[in-house]
Design a binder for this molecule. Structure first.
Ligand SMILES: NC(=O)c1ccc[n+]([C@@H]2O[C@H](COP(=O)([O-])OP(=O)(O)OC[C@H]3O[C@@H](n4cnc5c(N)ncnc54)[C@H](O)[C@@H]3O)[C@@H](O)[C@H]2O)c1
Length: 175
């Protein structure tokens, strides 16, 4: 993989960020808040994927790889995460469709579903909840960002040249 290709891939990865967890069901939820989360998480993926795929096609880059960041919450969710869970599940469907559409251009599109990872985002999770997560996780701990990054690097590399439209769990076995 060339530097140019890697640059494109990393651009997509960085753009996948958590922007809000307003509670859809909660009394203080409003349409604006729900739409903002869906826009930032969902539409952001769509627009960034569109731009990167266009750039890869225009530059005739073969073996391109786009990695979208979903979450295990897409299929194993909790109270208070309605919009986050729905959007993360949507990212998986979006990834599957994008994989079908861009396959003919030699561009693979995959998603990862991290479990609970030690990052600034998870710092706000109450210790009591974190303890419950750790108890439920077969590996008995939260994950580290580098452990997610290694899977992204695999998906970005030619080592995963026949992995396309997949959603890979990086959870330590959390079910
Ligand atoms: N941490 C977890 O336990 C966990 C679990 C599952 C999925 N995820 C997903 O992983 C991704 C990264 O999460 P994280 O835990 O590293 O979050 P984080 O809040 O620790 O980091 C997010 C990063 O995105 C950057 N960012 C924010 N807005 C941006 C923008 N508009 N453009 C470019 N960069 C921007 C921030 O500066 C920050 O560095 C998110 O999509 C999140 O939903 C995280």
């Amino acid at each position: 993989m060339t530097y140019k290709e890697l640059d494109l891939v990393l651009g997509e990865v960085h753009a996948a960020c958590l922007m809000g967890m307003e509670q859809v069901i909660a009394a203080d939820c409003n349409l604006q808040a729900a739409e903002a989360t869906a826009r930032e998480l969902g539409s952001g993926h769509i627009l960034v994927t569109q731009q990167f795929a266009k750039a890869m096609i225009e530059h005739n880059i073969k073996g391109g790889s786009i990695v979208n960041i979903s979450s295990i919450v897409a299929k194993m969710n909790n109270i208070g995460q309605a919009n986050y869970a729905a959007t993360k599940a949507g990212i998986i469907s979006f990834t599957e469709v994008a994989a079908k559409e861009f396959g003919k251009f030699g561009i693979r599109v995959n998603a990862i579903m991290p479990g609970y990872i030690n990052t600034p985002m998870s710092e706000v999770v109450p210790e009591k909840i974190k303890e419950q997560i750790v108890v439920c996780c077969p590996m008995g701990r939260m994950g580290e960002p580098t452990e997610v990054a290694e899977v992204i690097a695999f998906l970005a590399s030619d080592k995963s040249s026949y992995v396309n439209g997949a959603a890979i769990e990086v959870t330590g076995g959390l079910k």
